[in-house]
Design a protein around this ligand. Structure first.
Ligand code: FAD
Length: 546
């Protein structure tokens, strides 16, 4: 449809400002509002089909729900309980595709689901459920389920309580980094000519003849731009209805929000060897997942009716529910609020159904087309992002009278260049060995590989070129130049997750990289101070509960 250009060099503070205002006269085929996983998936699908695509995100990419999930690309075992077989089949297949296209970012894990007397599952039920799950999700032979005795379960996971333990099921799930997955999808779509801007908010929408006119505010300099397109997609997750209100919502469907909280503990406080999927209080299920010297646990599932102008915060009740569930289930010294080193709180954008509690609402996605033809997409899961994107882009293509087919099943993400399932181990070891030469510990190097994949090569080059003493300085410059990083929170939370897994180091590290941020972003002393204060406040909010 249009000549492809690689827009990667515009994906930074300087490129975005220039490019945003230059594009006010351009008629795009498609504008996507919302830079979470849903918008990012559509951006890649549409741009790879040759559609001239622009994505705008009012905050940072993935700053909404897409950095607050349990971070599992799952096969959807829990949907078997509600007999949603098709959903299990679809997400299982999607998981396999996601792993093929981003093997450094989608990491296979063996989960343990312990069975207790009077628990959610009986052993025979679990055996049947996991067999059906392996079949529907087309789990590979080497990853198929195992049913363990109580003795074998405790050998695998000594932190579990042994009283009334009947055994466990061991099955496959895949762990990811939700915000990096979102970002890498966007970065990959830039190669196909898409444009994507963070900190740009759609403040108004109108239609002139057949063209959508979007008033967009650059939240960095508060200047407004008018953007035009033939097709408009609302992928704003929890904010879906806000945007539909601006746009004279006509369809009766609406969104209902459910809040989900995770807490992060030091690994020594909950020293799990494997991820565990366990019975929390009130017959809900909870995940406890070891990662980077920590274990994170969640989630809650409660209706949320407060304003979404501010980020949702975890309350004392939310965290106490998780703490009580941990203390009830694991044989570790009692956990209290003091053990929490970080947390995250997200909102599930679910499709409202009368008389149903949030935990009973389906996690299926839905397309809503309002009378002026704006397409909204909500509900769904991180895991199903590609299929959701295909559905939306198929409709966009139909409206644009294009019949180009979806190809995202075979698009390798940019950070997985030259990495595939068969060479993953070798490539990973090569990168880790290279990083060990710079004095990093094995765990740190492994974590960097899973964060940046093959782009680590660029960061290593930067370190050499600029003669940086530490690796984090090279990371900071890379994220500024190539990943549209603008604030410390972008860097410490969504680019590197350091805010959650090593919060005690953040301030020293922030001071170390401040000169790099300051030089690149041309910051005044006042703005430097603001950058640090913002990080400090944000970090405080993740450990203080009201
Ligand atoms: P968001 O990520 O919220 O993106 C919407 C974006 O739109 C936001 O970034 C927002 O800033 C932007 N926006 C809003 N208004 C505007 C505007 N006017 N202009 C510009 N931008 C705007 N799924 C799984 O598959 N696996 C899991 O393990 C899992 N765990 C979960 C755990 C929890 C606690 C929760 C809450 C969800 C979980 N999910 C999981 C579901 C999954 O996280 C969500 O379905 C998904 O992240 C939703 O993404 P989204 O892009 O639709 O919304």
């Amino acid at each position: 449809m249009f000549n492809r250009v690689d827009n990667q060099n515009l994906f930074n503070f300087h490129g975005r400002t220039k490019s945003l205002h230059e594009n006010s006269d351009v008629l795009f085929d498609l504008i996507i509002i919302g830079g979470g996983i849903t918008g990012a998936g559509i951006c890649l699908d549409a741009s790879s089909r040759g559609i001239k695509t622009l994505l705008i995100e009012k905050n940072d990419f993935a700053s909404g729900t897409s950095s607050k999930s349990t971070k599992l690309i799952h096969g959807g075992l829990r949907y078997l309980k509600s007999l949603e077989f098709n959903l299990v089949r679809t997400v299982g297949q999607e998981r396999a595709i996601a792993f093929k296209n981003a093997p450094h970012l989608i990491i296979p894990q063996k989960l343990i689901l312990p069975i207790y007397k009077k628990g959610s599952f009986k052993k025979w039920q679990l055996r049947i459920a996991l067999t059906v799950y392996d079949f529907l999700a087309r789990v590979q032979k080497k990853e198929k389920k195992k049913i363990l005795s109580s003795k074998a379960t405790l050998e695998k996971e000594p932190s579990l309580k042994s009283t009334n333990l009947l055994g466990s099921g061991m099955y496959s799930e895949y762990r990811t980094d939700d915000s990096r997955l979102t970002l890498e999808l966007i970065k990959t779509s830039l190669r196909f000519g898409a444009l994507a801007f963070n900190y740009v908010e759609a403040t108004d929408i109108s239609k002139q003849n057949n063209t959508f006119v979007v008033t967009a505010k650059n939240c960095i300099d508060n200047r407004f731009t008018t953007l035009r397109c033939k097709q408009l997609v609302n992928a704003t997750g929890p904010w879906t209805d806000d945007l539909r209100e601006i746009n004279f919502r006509q369809s009766k469907k609406k969104i209902c929000l459910s809040k989900g909280v995770h807490i992060v503990l030091k690994h020594k406080d909950l020293p799990l060897k494997n991820p565990v999927y366990f019975d929390a209080l009130e017959r809900r299920m909870c995940f406890a997942i070891p990662r980077n010297n920590c274990t994170y646990v969640g989630t809650t599932d409660t209706i949320y009716t407060q304003s979404i102008k501010e980020n949702p915060r975890a309350t004392k009740n939310d965290v106490q529910y998780i703490i009580d569930s941990v203390n009830n289930h694991f044989n570790v010294p009692t956990i209290s609020e003091n053990n929490i080193i970080s947390s995250w709180t997200g909102l599930r954008p679910l499709i409202y159904q009368k008389n149903k509690k949030t935990k009973e609402l389906s996690r299926k996605d839905e397309l809503i087309v309002d009378t002026n033809n704006m397409i909204s997409i909500a509900g769904g899961k991180l895991t199903g992002f590609r299929i959701m994107a295909k559905k939306v882009t198929d409709l966009v293509c139909k409206n644009l009278r294009s019949n180009v087919k979806c190809k995202t099943h075979s698009i390798q993400l940019i950070s997985s260049k030259n990495i595939n399932e068969s060479n993953l181990k070798k490539v990973k070891n090569d990168y880790i060995n290279e990083l060990l030469k710079y004095g990093l510990l094995w765990g740190e190097a492994e974590n960097l590989f899973h964060t940046y994949g093959s782009n680590l090569g660029d960061i290593i080059e930067l370190k050499k070129l600029k003669k940086f003493k530490t690796f984090i300085e090279a990371e900071a410059l890379y994220c500024l130049k190539k990943e549209s990083t603008i604030t410390f929170v972008d860097f410490f939370e969504r680019r590197t997750s350091r805010i959650h897994y090593s919060p005690e180091k953040n301030f020293d590290q922030a001071k170390l990289i401040l000169p790099i941020f300051s030089k690149y972003l041309k910051l005044s002393k006042h703005k430097e101070k603001h950058l640090l204060e913002e990080l400090f406040l944000h970090q405080q909010n993740l450990t203080h509960f009201k």
